[in-house]
Design a binder for this molecule. Sequence first.
Ligand SMILES: Nc1ncnc2c1ncn2[C@@H]1O[C@H](COP(=O)(O)OP(=O)(O)O)[C@@H](O)[C@H]1O
Ligand SMILES: CC(C)(COP(=O)(O)O)[C@@H](O)C(=O)NCCC(=O)O
Length: 243
Amino acid sequence: MNLIIDVGNTLSKVAVFQQDELIERFTVEKPDLSKKIEKIFSRHPDLDGVIISKVSQAEFSLPQNLQKKMPIINLDAGTRLPFENLYATPQTLGADRKALVAAAVKEYPGKSVLVIDAGTCITYDFKNEKDQYLGGAISPGLKMRFKALNSFTANLPLVEAREEAELIGDSTLTSIRSGVVKGILKEIDGVIEEYKEKYPELVTIITGGDAQFLSINLKNSIFANSNFLLEGLNHILEFNISR
Ligand SMILES: Nc1ncnc2c1ncn2[C@@H]1O[C@H](COP(=O)(O)OP(=O)(O)O)[C@@H](O)[C@H]1O
Ligand SMILES: CC(C)(COP(=O)(O)O)[C@@H](O)C(=O)NCCC(=O)O
């Protein structure tokens, strides 16, 4: 059994896998992460390995002397990856993005895949039919866009997302929702369409905290999988310990 820890910029996700099968999964706020890990270790004393992807400053602790008992992979620039990484600055590539590409390679070998992660940021990651990772894009996430409008202006309130966003906002609130929600949907559909012109057989996956919310209103057909990143981390761990 493997313990998978994904520390994002907003939330942490912790999961236990038995080989390829996800046994349990928790979403935790940053201050609760150490306690949750401790609980999982007491429930699963038979864990075989741990992998950690961390893209935020959040601190947490693992049980003492764990390194002596099992492999612990801190996913960084030195970790071996199950794909060819053609990113021009591999040292600065987010660990979470590597995990998403690993999942794409595992689930869709030999296919062109675009992975969209709608979390704190929206990331786009593309791997081609040769299972080479080329890169993608980073743009502000849903909450970040609402927060930015509020933070960088004098008159705009902080607005919550709603699934139904009108094209023509007839108030400050609905104008902000139109701009943010419709803006993200148009961005995602536009990016997918541009990739599809170049890679007609493209498979598109959406994941992350806002994936469900966004995927319902996208024009393009797209697979939503809320565990994609965790599956990718599990694959990187297996890839590193089984050799
Ligand atoms: N309980 C929650 N707390 C905070 N954000 C949440 C929650 N549930 C859903 N979200 C949404 O999920 C997004 C974070 O998604 P996630 O994939 O966990 O991001 P990250 O990996 O960057 O931490 C937030 O921007 C927010 O819109
Ligand atoms: C782009 C990110 C901030 C996304 O983080 P997230 O929204 O998933 O919390 C993260 O992948 C990161 O810090 N990347 C480093 C820059 C890069 O990937 O090129």
